[in-house]
Write a protein that binds this ligand. Structure first.
Ligand code: FAD
Length: 558
């Protein structure tokens, strides 16, 4: 049996909150998205004492709402963002090496169509440059395919307008899982991190930020955290914190909303991920994943509620018509949608540019009172963004010797698998095990690509828990694991961000909901009022993921 020593247990929350108040840290990070968790990990591995607080759950902001690709951003080549493409392109391979079960190679097909965004020569050249910038080698290098070969790979494409395709390599991930593994690893390296703790104000000493006043969003208690240096990695909320710090001047964020819809895989049974043309001149992804295919994204200016981003009928119809245009035999309708999600890109405003034209590069703001803020960028570039921030934090300290970044070779899960072959072999091993548990083979793939070898702990726990179906027994074991090891404080943390079931296996939630609520009530000693709130919150999220609002409803919710 693998070690069950708990480092990041929800049961230890009180102890963690006490530790947050016990000393002055070298660094306090506000925001538990991929950027903040990456910074906490980088700083902890360089020997800094680190605290991190997140106002809701880890990855509850943009870092669970992306297209979930670890990609170089091919389209940024068109905008001549060479530096961004080179950095994210190179980082793809690093991320894959650090977590091969979570950052999976994914072949992409870019169909070339009449009057499309990319012509044959430009695509061939662009993908070649992309490979060179990202140092793609061997059989993963791009291939240009003719119409016949393209249709052989993907018969659902529109034969009438298809001219050929580019076939190239990217990676797929689960953004929320990546974020949680980063913060777990940071905690193993000594960082003290808590979800559901909101930074409400800054503490100043001689005009410099030296900590925050924060609120425990579960108990309502207020407390202070002291630190030599504070970094705000609050994504779409960065300007709110800059405003509290009286430093909101110069460049500002412009938020754009990106929506994804999910359909059963049999409704859009793609063999490969497709990066296809939309009639308005944009490009969109359709990505097969387990039981589903998801499609996204839209890109529209957003100024409503940051904490609840809902999907409108207009958003859904835009994505549906894009699919029907690219895959004419599919005839997708609103009734086919089984889930959705919407996220906000924290981009830097540039006068006169449309949402899709704004740069995806990250930006660092330093205030006179020494608050460092970082926003923008990509999931894919999280490690380099963290490196830049921690370099800056150390350089600002006269009393700290410079230590260089250590995350390039640091696996981000315990007992990591070595490479893609090891992942394949592990899935094979799990197939036999899930069969013994009377579970469908899908669960071998799901467990391996969600938890890596931590799935062993879950499968060992399963027989000790009672349930009237094998699926519910598995869910009880997953919940036990995520409470003990992944700081789950709410049923929504579990169904949305630890397991992705709200998006990728939504039908598994209802039959298990009451059993899992009862488990959480016991694990976390909830009273009945909290239990009711949790049930209602989960039902609200299921509603938002399956309902399409009229525009006027959105205005009301803001
Ligand atoms: P967030 O994830 O938003 O984290 C900020 C956190 O700060 C939040 O969790 C929030 O709750 C917390 N916070 C805010 N205020 C406070 C406070 N007062 N106290 C404590 N905590 C606070 N990138 C890719 O590489 N690949 C993709 O495929 C991709 N697709 C995308 C698709 C869409 C639709 C969008 C919107 C983005 C996409 N991105 C992609 C970009 C990527 O998702 C983001 O760059 C990244 O997730 C941003 O992470 P973050 O940590 O900076 O922000």
């Amino acid at each position: 049996m693998k070690s069950t020593r708990t480092i990041f247990s929800a049961i230890q929350r009180k102890e963690i909150l006490t530790q947050l108040q016990a000393k002055q840290f070298d660094l306090l990070v506000i925001g538990g998205g991929v950027t903040g968790c990456g910074i906490a990990l980088d700083a902890a591995t360089r020997g800094l004492s680190v605290a991190l607080i997140e106002k809701q759950d880890f990855a509850s902001g943009t870092s669970s709402k992306s297209t979930k690709l670890i990609h170089g951003g091919l389209r940024y080549l068109k905008q001549f963002e060479i530096g961004l493409v080179r950095e994210t392109g190179t980082e793809r391979a690093v991320a894959h090496r650090l977590a091969p079960h979570l950052v999976l190679p994914e072949k992409m097909l870019l169909p070339l169509i009449e009057h499309g965004t990319y012509g044959k020569l430009a695509t061939s050249f662009g993908l070649k440059v992309y490979d060179i910038l990202a140092n793609v080698k061997g059989k993963d290098q791009r291939r240009m395919l003719n119409k016949k070969d393209t249709l052989a790979l993907e018969p659902l494409l529109n034969e009438k307008v298809l001219k050929g395709s580019g076939f190239y390599a990217e990676y797929r991930t689960d953004d929320a899982r990546l974020t949680i593994e980063l913060i777990k690893t940071a905690a193993r390296k000594g960082a003290i991190a808590a979800n559901y703790c909101k930074a409400e104000n800054f503490i100043y000493e001689e005009g410099k930020v030296k900590g925050v006043q924060c609120k425990d969003e579960i108990s309502g208690e207020q407390f202070e955290i002291k630190a030599q240096q504070v970094v705000s990695a609050c994504g779409p909320w960065v300007d709110k914190l800059r405003k509290i710090n009286n430093s909101l001047e110069g460049k500002r964020l412009q938020l754009t909303k990106g929506v994804h819809i999910v359909v059963p895989h049999e409704k859009l049974p793609l063999n490969y991920s497709i990066y296809f043309d939309v009639p308005d001149g944009r490009m969109m992804f359709a990505i097969p994943r387990g039981k589903v295919t998801y499609i996204g994204t839209s890109d529209t200016t957003y100024s409503d509620n940051l904490n609840r981003i809902i999907v409108t009928k207009e958003d859904a119809n835009y994505l549906i018509s894009a699919v029907n245009n690219a895959f004419p035999s599919i005839h997708l309708t609103m009734e086919d949608l089984i889930s959705n999600w919407a996220g906000l890109r924290p981009l830097i405003h540039e006068d006169g540019k449309s949402p899709s034209e704004l740069s995806r590069k990250d930006e660092i703001f330093e205030s006179d009172s020494n608050l460092i803020s970082i926003a923008g960028g990509k999931l894919t570039g999280y490690r380099k963004m963290a490196q830049r921030i921690v370099d800056l934090v150390i350089q600002k300290r006269d009393d700290l010797a410079f230590v260089s970044c250590k995350t390039r070779d640091l696996p981000i899960t315990p007992q990591p698998l070595a490479d893609s072959n090891a992942v394949e072999n592990y899935i094979k091993k799990l197939k036999a095990q899930v069969a013994e548990h009377d579970l469908a083979p899908y669960y071998a793939w799901y467990l391996a690509t969600t938890y890596g070898t931590q799935a062993d702990m879950i499968l060992e726990k399963m027989p000790t828990l009672e349930a009237n179906s094998k699926e519910i027994q598995l869910l009880r074991a997953e919940l036990w694991f995520s409470v003990q090891h992944e700081m789950v404080q709410s049923i929504t943390d579990f169904f949305v961000r630890r397991t992705g079931r709200l998006y990728f296996n939504i039908e598994s939630i209802a039959p298990a909901l009451e059993v899992l609520l009862a488990d959480l009530q016991e694990y976390l000693a909830w009273d009945n009022q909290r239990l009711t709130q949790e049930r209602e919150r989960m039902q609200e999220l299921i509603h938002d993921a399956t309902y399409y609002y009229a525009e006027e409803m959105v205005a009301k919710s803001a």
